[in-house]
Design a protein around this ligand. Structure first.
Ligand SMILES: Nc1nc2c(ncn2[C@@H]2O[C@H](COP(=O)(O)OP(=O)(O)OP(=O)(O)O)[C@@H](O)[C@H]2O)c(=O)[nH]1
Ligand SMILES: [Mg+2]
Length: 397
């Protein structure tokens, strides 16, 4: 895996009721007529993705969607599409009409956005008609910051674009390790000896990502676990040790408390997705009951983790001592019946980008299904937690 595989173009989803001006908003941002606009409600029926160079930020993907108040069987299918688009968005722009109060659909949508904790911005459109006082009061009550624009008169866009740029994630935000590792820190990476070649190459690819994110003044040393004591002494105690979960305890016992000790997979979890959510999900692992349904999901169909899947199964049984109902999926989307599961155990997502992984986390949050990854379960079962997560600045459960 290299960094280009996990780089991505942030998705901005434009959502709202029918006819509020979503498509015209997208056209105004892009500066050309990419989406059909009309006074007939329900003009946009499928999500439409448009590339946009948002200067000075860079390339993004802006997604026009069908109205969240669409009706009938077809309408509810369109709403599902819109919800999926929201789940995979880095930023959601919710458009409302300046002339009307918030409808129940719009309130539901705001509650949904709050629940999945996606970053969103509320935009009041058509302000040349004036802004409804009740709407303003409702927005103040909800403590939602909003922007006022008129797509028709091209008003309010300069400031709005500056705000959008401030709200968009920066790629280095996800991948940076600067808050954990300072320049001139001594980083010791400990690889297990006696691993099959394929697993070694996986660890080396992890290391490659981590190396790419270390300050160039950082001193990185690689050794095998069998040489750990000697190398650690030569380094006069490293500042941080990165290793495999099953080696954390062994390594931890040999170095002072102040030394950070963590794992490759936790670092990858942190860089690619939401490690605190997974740490919280661990609470469920120890409370599983007989008959609980658990979904074990692989992000891709060609997975290097086949072995890991069986280990996870074994660990779940040995930890809970309960008969659990395990389902497995490989590749594709999470199933519609996700809410039936007590726990979602997802792969670390080495073949998924940040947005794809975040989408799955959002879907799980929406369904109130705790989510953990193979990496965090492995670390937990091997006793690597709490030290391995505390070393990354996260309070353990
Ligand atoms: N006066 C005024 N009309 C606007 C403004 N923005 C959009 N409209 C009009 O509102 C109508 C609906 O605009 P669309 O962009 O098609 O709305 P939409 O939200 O995409 O609607 P659906 O695709 O049906 O969900 C069109 O007639 C637009 O020209 C605005 O700022 N002021
Ligand atoms: Mg439209």
């Amino acid at each position: 895996m290299n960094l280009s595989q996990i780089s991505y173009r942030p998705h901005i989803a434009v959502v709202g009721k029918r006819n509020v001006g979503k498509s015209r908003f997208v056209n105004t941002l892009i500066g050309s007529e990419v989406s059909a606009v009309s006074e007939i409600a329900g003009t946009t029926i499928d999500p439409i993705k448009n590339p946009l160079e948002l200067l000075p930020y860079g390339p993004v993907l802006i997604v026009d969607t069908a109205g969240i108040d669409d009706e009938g069987e077809l309408g509810s299918r369109r709403i599902t599409q819109t919800i999926k688009t929201i789940a995979s968005a880095d930023l959601v722009i919710l458009i409302v009409d300046s002339r009307t109060r918030l409808s129940s659909k719009e309130r539901e949508l705001i509650a949904y956005l709050d629940k999945i904790e996606v970053t969103y911005l509320l935009v009041v459109n058509k302000i040349e008609f004036g802004v409804n006082e009740n709407l303003l009061e409702e927005l103040t009550e909800l403590r939602t910051t909003h922007f006022e624009v008129s797509c028709k008169e091209d008003v309010g866009f300069e400031e709005l674009i500056r705000k959008i740029i401030r709200m968009l994630p920066r790629e280095d935000e996800f991948f940076s390790l600067n808050d954990i590792i300072a320049p001139t820190d001594k980083v010791l990476t400990v690889l297990p000896s006696g691993l099959p070649d394929e697993e070694h190459s996986l660890l080396l690819s992890y290391l490659d990502i981590i190396k790419n994110n270390l300050d160039e003044n950082t001193i990185v040393t690689i050794c095998k676990d069998t040489e750990f004591s000697e190398i650690s002494a030569k380094l006069n105690t490293p500042d941080i040790i990165i290793t495999e979960s099953h080696l954390v305890n062994k390594v931890s016992a040999l170095v002072p408390e102040k030394v950070k000790v963590t794992t490759f997979s936790l670092l990858i979890n942190r860089m690619k997705s939401d490690l605190p959510v997974f740490v919280k999900g661990l609470q469920t692992v120890s409370k599983l009951k007989t008959g609980d349904k658990i979904l074990i999901a692989e992000g891709c169909s060609q997975h290097p983790y086949n072995n890991c899947k069986f280990k996870i199964k074994e660990w779940l049984y040995s930890n809970s001592k309960k008969e659990l109902n395990l389902d497995f999926i490989f590749g594709g989307d999470l199933p519609e019946n996700l809410s039936e599961y007590k726990l979602l155990v997802h792969c670390d997502g080495c073949k998924l980008n940040h947005t794809e992984m975040q989408t799955r986390i959002n879907e799980a949050k929406l369904m109130d299904v705790p989510i953990v990854t193979f990496g965090i379960v492995a670390s937990y079962m091997k006793g690597a937690i709490p030290r391995a997560v505390a070393s990354l600045g996260i309070k353990s459960v």
